[in-house]
Each structure stands twice: as C-alpha cells, then as structure tokens.
Design a protein around this ligand. Sequence first.
Ligand code: FES
Ligand SMILES: [Fe+2]
Length: 406
Amino acid sequence: MTGVSNADTRTVDELIADYQAGYSLEQRFYTDPDVYELELERVVCRNWILAGHVSELVNPGDFKVLSVGRESALIVRGDDGNLRAFANVCRHRGSLVCLESEGNARRFACPYHGWTYDTEGALVAARDLPESVDRADFGLRTVSCEVVHGLVLIAFCEDPPALERCREELAAPMAMFDFENLKVAAVRDYPIAANWKLAIENYQECYHCATAHPEYAAMHTLMLDRKKRPRLQEAMRARMPACGVDDYCIDRLDTFAPPGEIGFGYDRHALFEGYLNGSREGKPVAPLLGSFSDYDGGASDFSFGGFSFLLAYSDHVVAYVFTPVDHGSALCRVYWLVRSDAEAGCDYDVDQITWLWDVTTKADLEIIQNNARGIASRYYTPGPFSGMESAEQNWVSWVLGELARP
Ligand code: FES
Ligand SMILES: [Fe+2]
C-alpha cells in the first residue's frame, strides 16, 4: 500500500470503514494512487458520464472522442444511423485509433500500422494478416452508450446502472426545455490541478458561493438562508404557470438510488428579482426554450449520476461534466446549449451566454486547486461539513458506497 504517511498502513477498505460521517474525507482519498486505481475501477468506469448532445453527432460518420482517466471512447454515428461508442484502442497492438477530438469520418485508420475500422467498429482493413485470423473477431470493443432525451451518456463497462426510471421520471421536466432539440452553442474545457473528487465536491455545495462567486451570488438564491429563500421560491412558483413552466421536484440522489440504477434529480430555484436568467444583465440572451412562453425568473438543476450536472435557464442550458485525468488532475467540461433553430450572432451571442459560468468556473478552479494544495499538507485533517454542504455529504457517501461495492 502506498500511502502519504509511512505510518498509515491501512488498506483502502479500512480507510473507507474509518470514514466519519459529517466530515470531509481523509487525505489519502485525494493523494493515494491506490485509492485512485480503485476509484477508476469501481466509481468512474461503472457509472454513466455525459459525453455530449445528439446535435453534435447528427450525420453518419460524425464522431467525438471523450477521454476519462486512462480510457478513451470514440463515439460515432454509424452509417445505419445508430449512435455507438467504442474503446478507442486498436485491436492490433493497442494504439489509440482516433487522435482527433471530433469530426466526420467513414473509416478510422489506426495511425500505427493502418488497421482500419468502419463506423460500426468492424475491422475492414488490415494488411498481411495470417489466414487463420478472422477479422470479425477484431472489431473495436464496445463502450456502453445511451441517449436520454438528447443527452449522450457513456459508461466504460458492460453493465452500467439502469436508466429506465431516470428516462421516465425526467421526461416531463426535460420536455419543458425540449432537450432533444437543443444544440451546443459553446463548449470549453477547464483543466484542474486537483483530484477529481475535489472538483465535484465543490460543485455540490454553495457554502463557498457568497465568498467566491460575487457574480453568481448576485442572481442565484441558492446560498440564501432558509428564512429568505421560501418567499422568493413562492413568488417564482406563482409566476410559473403563466410562463408555461410546470412544477416538479425529483430528489433521487445517487446515495438513495436503488442499487443498479442511476441516481438523478431535478428542481427549480428562483433567481433574484430582476434576473430572468444567468446572464450579466439578467435579460433575455437567446430564444425561449421548449414550452416556455415567458420568463419565470427561475433556473432548474438536473443531475445525472455522479459526474454530470445541468443548469437550465428559461433560454439556455449549461451542462457540467467532471472527469479525472489522473489522480492529481481533473477536467471540467462545460457545454452551453440553446434552441437548435437559434442562430449565433443573431439570436444569441456566445460571450453573453457563457459569461457567468466562465467567470464562475475560473473562480472555482482557483479554490479547488487551493483546496488540493492544503489537503496535501501534513497538517490537514478532515473538517466538519456545514448545513449547506448536505449535497456534498450525499455525494461523498455515494462515492464511498461505490468504492466499497465489489
Ligand atoms: S496498433 Fe493499430 S494498427 Fe497496429
Ligand atoms: Fe463554485
């Protein structure tokens, strides 16, 4: 066992068993490569991760590559119209096959010796193979891939959590935003020099919002105390029906999801008066989505499993995906989505719709990285969660549950 402290010889199982609920995780959860290895196997590779939106992969041959930890998935629209994901690993001697991050191709030729695969993953060309080798046995390996109301999810395993209930229960709230007919207006990557869990834990709590995010705090009410929020929530609820917005609240966090199913959630929260969305001025920045007939001054949170989170305003959607790169670094990818018929420069301006979550994500990078540096210190010990960190506690419990599940 490699540990940060030579004196700490506990196994990962013992470390999990020693976790004290109500407190942050021990140092080794963030710094021990053995913990990270187990996380890759038991948490990262057996759960769903948002890989994008169907609008990015419309035509046969449209593809994108998603890297997570040591894994790389090639997601491609087949000539038969179906969307599939493959391990981007050549069946000859293992090179990455596709080195581009996105594009359109009918054939994927491995850059090493030229083995070539079609859009359905079949090996269609390989020079000078012995006759005894059947090419049909050497197609690209499959990565699980499903579409949930327009969102593309992948999982690097054969038996990922069931999506049926998520699909069913989120159908109505997602239809309000017409998720299937959105398009990606912008996507940006934010590399983070910190263990991946710190990035997601930070996203789970708004205890830091008042101090770290003045822009966000000016418009979002989530960090208000329990006395002030209900009045604003009620005012938004009163506006909702006339704006074409239905009231749903689904709280099936991963922690409480039945075994074998993805956890998910949905809720809508009020913005401060005068803000119609999360733009700098709080004014309309894109055509209204789906069934919206007017602005109710709210924003909806969606969660899909432990890695993917969305925030849906009345006229645009922001999607967050956090993935590990290695045990000490992570990637935060942010998508901004608008109605598919909206035209850039005419119906929306990319700088306007990306402003809040670009400035907020950059501020988050700083605090997450500072957190990682402090946790690496010999003086770090777990501290107590506040009342505003209950979602973080749930997420941490979910991770530990997954880690402990054989
Ligand atoms: S490793 Fe891909 S063709 Fe040899
Ligand atoms: Fe933040």
